[in-house]
Design a protein around this ligand. Structure first.
Ligand code: HEM
Ligand SMILES: CC(C)=CCC/C(C)=C/CC/C(C)=C/COP(=O)(O)OP(=O)(O)O
Length: 299
């Protein structure tokens, strides 16, 4: 063990689970599963559902483990992250890397052998994009880090879709676009709340480099863009009325939070906006499913 304080505490499977960022991965998997069920097929075979979900989950979790190893120095500086298992030394880098390799290799084998090479390759791009391009380079290089890096987090619906359909369908790309546009308001709301910690760790997040007022303006603009991006499934005929009504209501609530955040100095509103962003994405993807499978058509 590299850290002597850590040797006093036994490592449990919960520490390993924490390394995979399980709550984030769960939402990623929801978007991937919705991608599977939106693909133009009669049914999703149960083996594809299970193997692809495990494969995409292991790749996302593996990428998150690499993030803990690469970011251990800055994680130890920021209050939000200083108790993370690698940052404290509870799990040393070597074991974390072995765990990441296990998850990533298992994922690739599962997807390549039992699903299809296209899904394996696209998942590999997602993994490399987050674990290496974003975490190792972009995060420390530019305030647009999360905009570009957001592509990795946005890809899961496409992965789910290609797992059942084997093709990069334009409708799947709409779902990717929605998450891509959602990521900046999701993250910048939190970054406003945690601005001082990012400054202390010298990470060039937008509120650190360009100030809080400019970041708030960007959140409002991206939220407006999201309202349009989220209408595209209806406008292209992929989804119907139940989805349009849901996406419009969810989007207007998001915009309400963004405007409230822009017009207020209360830090709490930034955290409320961040939390809402997560509920927004979850409910939007549930709405896609309900709209598709509920045997009711309003328009
Ligand atoms: C580059 C893209 C992204 C960035 C920079 C980002 C940033 C963050 C950060 C820093 C947190 C930690 C909040 C905390 O610990 O208080 C967080 C939480 C979260 N993010 Fe994201 N995120 C991104 C993409 C995504 C994606 C694609 C999803 C799912 C589809 C997602 C879902 C979540 C969830 C569910 C949480 C809450 C986790 C918890 O409560 O422990 N994020 N995000
Ligand atoms: C294969 C595939 C689809 C991979 C998906 C990758 C993935 C888990 C994306 C989530 C992105 C995320 C949680 C970023 C957190 O930013 P951060 O790492 O800067 O936040 P932190 O300060 O909390 O570590």
């Amino acid at each position: 063990m590299s850290n002597s304080a850590a040797t006093n505490t036994a490592t449990s499977w919960k520490d390993y689970l924490e390394l995979t960022k399980p709550k984030v991965v769960l939402l990623i998997l929801l978007t991937a599963v919705v991608g599977m069920y939106m693909a133009p097929v009669e049914t999703v075979p149960i083996d594809v559902l299970i193997i692809a979900t495990v494969g995409i989950g292991f790749a996302s979790g593996g990428a998150a483990v690499v993030n803990h190893v690469v970011d251990q120095r800055i994680d130890a500086i920021m209050a939000r992250t200083l108790k993370r298992p690698v940052a404290t030394g509870k799990i040393d880098s070597k074991r974390a890397i072995l765990f990441a390799v296990f998850l990533s290799v298992t994922s690739m084998v599962l997807l390549y052998v039992f699903i299809n090479p296209l899904t394996a390759v696209l998942t590999f791009f997602g993994l490399v994009g987050y674990a290496f391009v974003y975490t190792m380079y972009l995060k420390r290089a530019t305030p647009q880090n999360i905009v570009i890096g957001g592509l990795s987090g946005a890809i899961p619906p496409l992965l789910g879709w290609t797992a059942v359909d084997g093709q990069v369908h334009p409708h799947a790309l709409l779902l990717v676009l929605i998450i891509f546009v959602w990521t900046p308001p999701h993250f910048w709301a939190l970054a406003i709340f945690r601005r001082d910690e990012y400054a202390k760790a010298e990470i060039p997040m937008l509120p650190v480099t360009h100030g809080i007022a400019f970041t708030k303006l960007n959140i409002v603009l991206y939220t407006i863009l999201l309202l349009f991006a989220a209408a595209l499934p209806y406008l292209t005929g992929m989804s119907k009325g139940i989805y349009l009504i849901s996406s419009t209501i969810l989007g207007l609530i998001f915009l309400f939070y963004a405007i409230k955040l822009k017009n207020s100095d209360e830090r709490r509103i930034a955290m409320d906006t961040f939390k809402y962003s997560i509920n927004y994405l979850m409910l939007l993807f549930v709405a896609l499913l309900v709209d598709r499978y509920l045997p009711v058509e309003i328009f």
